[in-house]
Design a protein around this ligand. Structure first.
Ligand code: SAH
Ligand code: SF4
Length: 340
């Protein structure tokens, strides 16, 4: 059966037009997931819609809350596959949703747990949009409460290009979730031609690049796809990307102890970012059973950061959230119902 969240409002074949607005309103502002509850629609229309569409493709099968208030949701999809979505509590009453775009991932980064199960499938538009909607519904957030959305969950968003771009549009649509593209950040491991394509859509979203290494040999070891799209090709694509004047391109740099945390790397990074409105976000490597990589000490991390700052690079350290429920970066993966 079709899912109504797969469609932009203009794509729905329903007349008159104001009915579409009413339906979107019920779904995206009132979080209703049964057509029968849409009390201002005529009976026949409700019946027709119920026959044709489902509303929400996600079923919550697990909800965990970490000691730092980070929440992790395990959702079951219609084919029984599972994905994880993370809700991170920021300062005051601000929240960031970390959205998944695929079940598994093809890129196969050596440090990432999501990749260990291989690639299963792309998420549909509805499965992406519904992750954000579900956060608002479960938390009972007001319809006008805006969240930040980061495409940093399971999967490589640019490898599911069409669905992710359409989901961004529905999430930003005033009739949809109405979350400004300036509050949405897409993170990619660096599929250079897709970054160029995305630039042309002019969506107004923020871009994050998982850089992690400054020389191609090491980056190939960490992100095998670097063989096809090397560092220079990624940087060239980034230079073409339209970024709001007040914003910067985020470069994520996963710091692995003894692998990429030396001064020479820092110097190369400074050179590489020269002339780009860039901000570097250092991420602690989060270990998992079976990995040989190590998490750097706080002191090493601070040193690396201070060194970059001294050289004029804007740089922050990402505080790992949700460690005690495995909700931190790189710790998301498919799970069965028992969460194993
Ligand atoms: N596939 C995209 C989107 C996922 S983002 C991308 O790679 O950019 C997930 C972020 O978590 C990436 O920056 C990734 O490099 C980081 N990550 C993956 N494994 C990690 C680990 N074990 N510890 C810390 N960060 C990790
Ligand atoms: Fe895929 Fe990103 Fe994990 Fe690499 S880090 S395997 S691109 S999800």
């Amino acid at each position: 059966m079709k899912c109504i969240m797969d469609y932009l409002i203009d794509e729905l074949d329903i007349t008159p037009n104001f009915r579409k607005k009413q339906i979107f309103d019920w779904i995206y502002k009132k979080y209703v997931d049964d057509f029968e509850e849409m009390t201002n629609l005529p009976k026949e229309l409700k019946a027709k819609l119920s026959k044709e569409f489902i509303i929400n493709p996600l079923k919550i099968i697990r909800h965990e809350i970490a000691s730092d208030q980070t929440e992790k949701f395990l959702f079951e999809l219609s084919d029984k596959r599972t994905i994880e979505t993370v809700l991170i509590k920021m300062k005051e009453d601000k929240y960031t949703v970390c959205v998944s775009s695929q079940v598994g991932c093809k890129v196969g980064c050596s440090f990432c747990l999501t990749a260990k199960d291989g690639f299963v499938r792309n998420l549909s538009v509805a499965e992406i949009v519904a992750q954000v909607l579900m956060m608002k519904k479960v938390k009972n957030f007001a319809q006008n409460k805006s969240l930040n959305v980061v495409y940093m969950g399971m999967g490589e968003p640019l490898d599911n290009y069409d669905n992710v771009v359409k989901a961004i549009r529905i999430i930003q649509d005033e009739d949809g979730l109405n979350i400004s593209p300036r509050r949405q950040t897409l993170s990619t491991s660096g599929i250079a031609p897709k970054i160029t394509k995305l630039a042309k859509e002019d969506l107004g979203i923020n871009l994050a690049i998982s850089l992690h290494a400054v020389d191609d040999k090491l980056r190939e070891e960490l992100i095998p796809m670097n063989k096809a799209y090397n560092i220079q090709s990624v940087i060239d694509a980034v230079r073409q990307f339209p970024i709001n004047k007040r914003k910067k391109v985020l470069f994520e740099y996963l710091v692995i102890d003894g692998v990429n945390d030396d001064k020479k790397s820092a110097d190369k990074l400074v050179k590489l970012l020269n002339g780009i409105a860039a901000k570097v976000n250092l991420i602690y490597f989060n270990p998992y059973p079976g990995t040989t990589y190590k998490r750097p000490t706080t002191q090493k991390m601070e040193e690396f950061k201070n060194y970059l700052n001294k050289k004029g690079v804007i740089c922050t350290i990402r505080q790992s959230k949700g460690m005690d429920i495995s909700a931190a970066c790189g710790q998301l993966r498919q799970k069965d119902k028992d969460g194993l």
